[in-house]
Design a protein around this ligand. Structure first.
Ligand SMILES: Nc1ncnc2c1ncn2[C@@H]1O[C@H](COP(=O)(O)OP(=O)(O)OP(=O)(O)O)[C@@H](O)[C@H]1O
Length: 259
């Protein structure tokens, strides 16, 4: 089941440097939220605070609260590995494990979580996940081939299949189309629109048309200057942000006047 994310007063640090400050927002289940803003304003850093990936960087830490429905992801008893199962992630560069087959790539999340599967169960998960990302028909006959034998767009769909195979509640996507050609980009965008029926999706994108096409809600981040932390300027319905934003800097960014 898709879950709501409630972010309250989140600061993210690299050592003693604050990368993003005082972020508060609510992300609704079964919706797509786009994070936009100029380079260095902390979109990716903030995204990674939503599944405890930020703290994987040595010296990096988080203050504040991130609730997944009612569970605080940063509570001491919460296991970050379990958080990352519930909140899956897709990265900018398609990154299938190159030495693994297509089949094993889809199941990689289960191996990481040390879950053993019966062969029939594994077959079912592989087929279901690949069908959900519309890759099944293209790879059905070569499941034992390496994941890196696929095209860029197919590899990214394989990575999305790998992320959803473990049935997360939330899917985080960090510029998932930036390494893809326009046709693969449209295929991923269509897929995002379908996946939101089941998942809460948060996507970082530099592409304004993409934010407008795929998201229900848009959050605009900005940074006051070199060495300053990124902050959230405004978050609203995508239609409103793109037609009548509350803050002049949002409009300037969207219209390409900076960033
Ligand atoms: N591993 C790191 N160690 C130290 N500082 C970092 C690290 N990663 C990012 N930063 C800094 O944190 C700030 C936010 O970076 P982040 O990558 O989150 O921004 P972004 O908005 O996603 O940028 P872009 O759009 O260019 O990807 C920047 O000042 C960046 O230099």
């Amino acid at each position: 089941m898709a879950k709501r994310i409630d972010v309250r007063g989140v600061n993210a640090y690299y050592g003693d440097v604050v990368a993003v400050r005082d972020i508060t927002m609510r992300i609704e289940p079964c919706s797509v939220t786009a994070l936009i803003g100029p380079s260095g304003c902390g979109k990716s850093t903030f995204l990674r605070t939503l599944n405890r990936m930020h703290e994987v960087v040595p010296g990096a830490w988080v203050e504040g609260t991130v609730l997944l429905d009612d569970v605080d992801l940063y509570a001491p008893e919460v296991d970050p590995v379990e958080v990352r199962r519930q909140v899956g992630m897709v990265f900018q560069r398609p990154n299938p494990f190159p030495t693994m087959s297509i089949y094993d790539n889809v199941l990689a999340g289960f191996r990481l979580n040390n879950r053993r599967l019966r062969k029939s169960e594994a077959d079912e998960i592989v087929e279901r996940s690949l069908r959900q990302v519309h890759l099944w028909d293209e790879v059905e006959r070569r499941l034992t081939k390496s994941g890196s034998s696929l095209s860029g767009g197919q590899q990214q769909r394989l990575c999305i299949a790998r992320a959803i195979a473990v049935e997360p509640e939330v899917l985080l996507m960090d510029e998932p189309c930036s390494a893809l050609d326009p046709i693969s980009t449209l295929a991923i965008e269509d897929l995002i629109s379908q996946l939101k029926e089941r998942y809460t999706i948060v996507i970082v994108t530099h592409n304004m048309q993409q934010a407008e096409r795929v998201s229900d809600t848009t959050a605009f981040f900005n940074v006051a200057g070199q060495g300053e932390p990124g902050h959230l300027v405004e978050i609203d319905e995508t239609k409103k942000i793109f037609s009548n934003p509350a803050n002049p800097s949002t409009e300037a960014y969207i219209n390409g006047r900076f960033g």
